[in-house]
Design a protein around this ligand. Sequence first.
Ligand code: GUN
Length: 280
Amino acid sequence: MAELIDGKLISSIIKDECKARIEKLKSEGKEVALAVIQVGDDPASSVYVGNKKKACEYIGAVSLSYHLEESATQEELLELIDKLNLDDKVNGILVQLPLPKSFDEDEVIRRIDPDKDVDGFHPINVGRLSIGEKGFVSCTPAGIIELLKRSNVSIEGKECVVIGRSNIVGKPMAMLMLRENATVTVCHSRTKDLREVTKRADILIVAIGKPKMIDASYVKEGAVVIDVGIHRPDPDSKKLCGDVDFESVEKIASKITPVPGGVGPMTIAMLMNNLVNSAE
Ligand code: GUN
């Protein structure tokens, strides 16, 4: 049976580390602040934004909330970002995505000062990651690296297969694993024989967005399996599942992340880590 990788525990350790770092900054007279912008009232976004504010409060950072109506204009949003870019008291700026359809998300992301882009979405930060320079890294893949390292999974020289090629998870994940000296393969919806590729993986990172798609037939005996997916298969039940068929894969993997309590909690912890890095 696979050992569980406890994202809830590891994320709380990271948040406590952030808290201690902020205490030190405060003793030097420095406050840490995250500006969080929400446009419209998408209920899921409101939950995420609320969780980010709570995490700020926990680590001792100030969260500055900005809410624009769905009827606001692109220009109004850009003006707000310009103002926050220039505000020395603001260490990080986060615009909750997705934006309502009338907004140009790419332009919004590019407007954020790359040195306050704690989401790591600005093309400058994506470029920095790909050439091995310091910069903000997208929180979910950065969190997966922490999960692996803090669970004593060695990465160097390992065969790593990433399923999914999104800008937020798959691509930065591949870059980070390369930086850790893994041999990296990225699979996606057009990959011909997915099983043939995933069966080679010592470390399999699954971010396809399909509930329970990856069962034991895709996994090598003893592999470490990281499940980025989160789904509620039955709308009438609170029960969640990932992209991995947990019951099937836990029998042959050496380590596995559960859903919930695996990758999920790491995203906000790494957002806090990026924020504190920015302040330091
Ligand atoms: N929407 C879903 N995930 C994220 C995230 O990590 N950052 C932002 N800004 N919006 C999101």
